[in-house]
Write a protein of this length. Sequence first.
Length: 282
Amino acid sequence: MAISEKVKDQLIALGLHNLGTVYRNLRVAQLVEAAIVGGEGKLTSTGAISVTTGKYTGRSPRDRFFVDNDFVHDQIAWGATNVPMSEEKYNNLYYRLAAYLEGIDLYVFDGYIGADPQHRVRVRVINEYAWQNLFVRQMFIRADADDLDDFEPELTIICAPKFNAVPHIDGTASEAFIVINIEEKKIMIGGTSYAGEIKKAAFTYMNYLMPAQDVLPMHCSANLGREGDAALFFGLSGTGKTTLSADTNRSLIGDDEHGWSENGVFNFEGGCYAKCINLTHA
């Protein structure tokens, strides 16, 4: 769908000027077509789109930073995991990213993180690649058409894989960067095509936000029994959470990221991150 004047104004307020064509909440078929036409990937024999992510085939924890300012300084346990970036470095990197995006066609997804309406976050993801916007459309929770008219994002994620950081200028560890600005409710990602950085950055933001709402954010899979009993499966990535939660006698809640509130357990995502290996039509 074409963007409205309101969305244009919102993008300008982010400092994004002179953009190419901006597509908003395209359907799956449209995004697949855009990715194929743009040379981002190819169709497999099953009709699924296949892409390669280049150098980065997984997350890059050493390249994640939090903007350090008075707003969050005393709320974050700084160290090897939570690495600070100064506001000056952040602003310089953001301005260069915005300049890079001038004239480039972009894909916007507006939707939600969090299945519980009481605790969901309105998220806007701005992608350089159509296939990454497709990933986001499948991964996050889609908004109804009526909700898009007055949509005001509470979190904005900008992802430009072909824009690289300059380590000796930006203070990054490499050309890749994932920078989370809690105060401005913005996340920028560049230098890496691995789409999992988008979902994990969103989960990181929820880890900050949810405890203040008396919600426990959890890296786990979850399913539901016939008696309404929820089971949680914790573990590092690749240790079997998805496999264990896929029980034919129980309903799947989700396979990776959840919140636990007074209302119960709810999925942060709208889909699953499962590996599509040896699947059948049965």
